[in-house]
Design a protein around this ligand. Structure first.
Ligand code: ZN
Length: 239
């Protein structure tokens, strides 16, 4: 009983100075689409992503996109690709596409030789890719390197895999050691992009390090994520 009485007394002096700085922070933070609040659980137990048009949308191995979701504002960015065909995988959502053009121009000005390899991917395309990989390598291995349908970030139209001649236009870890890869790691956030799958964050993202996979989130969020050295899942984890 005597313990209970002493507690309120020690709290008292802290109350006043606390109030002012507290007022601004929650207002900013409350705008973020927290991971646990942006899914509903379907009948089969799968978590289905709800904030489909959100630039901070998260699709991963625990968060599924609806099979029929296709962004409405897909366009082809005016950047170099290592192939000529006009394929759907050239596309991104409009804001991401325009920002990618600005990023590519800035990279070119610095003497970088970047090419875009693969952007938007429909649910049905992912069905074929995963089935092919599972057949070649077995489902367990396939699941580490490619996504199951509905779990690929490429379906959001906010991701672009990029590459360079130095790695033969391939999507390989060595890209991170090229001058283009290093430039991206240091500068992509200025144009609203993050390196989505960081080294050392495999347990959180569910993917191996992918220095080539750019994800658009907008400049404001990209800067904060970059400065903190975290991945999108950590950024959207409710404190
Ligand atoms: Zn990718």
């Amino acid at each position: 009983m005597s313990n209970e009485q002493t507690k309120p007394k020690t709290d008292e002096p802290q109350e006043e100075p606390k109030e002012q700085p507290n007022e601004e922070q929650p207002a900013q933070q409350a705008d973020l689409p927290w991971l646990e609040e942006t899914v509903t659980v379907a009948g089969d137990g799968k978590a289905v992503v709800q904030n489909l048009e959100d630039l901070l949308i998260v699709a991963n191995k625990e968060r599924n996109l609806p099979a029929d979701y296709e962004p409405k504002d897909l366009v082809t960015p005016n950047v170099p690709f290592p192939f000529k065909e006009d394929l759907p995988k050239k596309k991104l959502r409009k804001e991401a596409a325009l920002s990618l053009e600005v990023l590519f121009k800035a990279a070119e000005d610095k003497g970088m030789n970047l090419l875009a390899q693969s952007g938007y991917r429909s649910y049905d395309t992912q069905v074929s890719i995963f089935a092919y990989n599972a057949e070649q390598k077995g489902e367990e291995v396939a699941n580490k390197t490619s996504s199951k349908p509905g779990q690929s970030e490429h379906q959001t139209g906010l991701s672009m895999d990029v590459t360079s001649p130095e790695v033969n236009y391939e999507l390989v870890e060595a890209f991170g050691e090229t001058k283009e890869g290093k430039w991206l790691a240091e500068n992509a956030h200025k144009y609203g992009f993050i390196i989505r799958y960081l080294k050392g964050k495999e347990e959180i993202t569910g993917y191996k390090y992918e220095p080539w996979h750019l994800r658009y989130v907008g400049v404001e969020h990209a800067k904060k994520i970059h400065e903190q050295g975290i991945v999108l899942e950590e950024y959207l984890q409710k404190p």
